[in-house]
Write a protein that binds this ligand. Structure first.
Ligand SMILES: [Zn+2]
Length: 233
């Protein structure tokens, strides 16, 4: 089981001297990982309050998703982009955990809180070996702590190393779904509403493929949560 102290312990070498990964300002004693100014300043999408929001629209006509939302907008050089970069490439899993906590609070009074289990989009095993961690795992743990939901790890396997190509046709998408992910333990998802979690959603093609694999399990439903999506401005 992950915990905040676990992250602090394991990643202390990366966060000392303590500075905010969003703005590089020194943290004071009350701050946890990200400074209060950055936390208060997150450009929240509020998509969780909005049916038919732009993240949900990515999946229209492609795959049946219950609800989908991102938490904050990223754009080139903004704080959210910096935080996502630290999480994905610099081992800052504590950033994923803290933002997962925050996202969980956002989702608490939305339809997205009606899920049964939470699962990360998996990495291909060779990528996992190279990076050492899946950047989605800490987000999932942070969400699960606040939402009080069980986490399902490693029930889905990523079969291909490369990101999926943007494919247009129905048959291509069907192939994409078949080729990219496979559910290894379907019993984890049977008759479950799954909250599928990624760090960033842009085109939605990877999430579409992963959700498609989960939806092949009888009675499974999928909602989607990603920490960041592109700013529409
Ligand atoms: Zn900051």
């Amino acid at each position: 089981m992950f915990s905040f102290s676990h992250y602090l312990e394991d990643f202390s070498h990366l966060i000392f001297p303590l500075s905010c990964p969003g703005c590089n300002v020194a943290l004071d004693s009350e701050d946890e990982v990200i400074c209060t100014a950055c936390m208060n300043d997150l450009p929240l999408t509020k998509y969780w309050k909005r049916m038919d929001n732009p993240v949900e629209k990515l999946f229209w006509g492609k795959i049946k998703i219950e609800r989908a939302s991102s938490m904050a907008f990223f754009k080139k050089g903004n704080k959210v982009q910096k935080l996502m970069h630290e999480l994905k490439y610099n081992g800052a899993e504590e950033v994923g955990y803290i933002l997962g906590n925050r996202f969980g609070e956002c989702l608490s009074d939305s339809d997205l809180s009606n899920v049964d289990v939470i699962a990360p989009v998996p990495l291909h095993h060779s990528k996992l070996k190279k990076r050492g961690y899946n950047q989605c795992d800490s987000i999932v743990e942070g969400l699960a702590e606040v939402m009080q939901k069980p986490v399902v790890h490693q029930a889905v396997r990523r079969l291909k190393y490369n990101e999926s190509q943007t494919r247009k046709g129905v048959y291509d998408r069907w192939l994409n779904v078949r080729e990219l992910f496979r559910v290894e333990t379907p019993e984890c998802f049977q008759h479950q509403h799954v909250l599928l979690v990624d760090d960033v959603v842009t085109t939605g093609s990877t999430l579409e493929a992963c959700a498609g694999a989960i939806l092949s399990v009888p009675g499974a439903k999928v909602s989607i949560a990603a920490l960041a999506s592109p700013a529409p401005y």
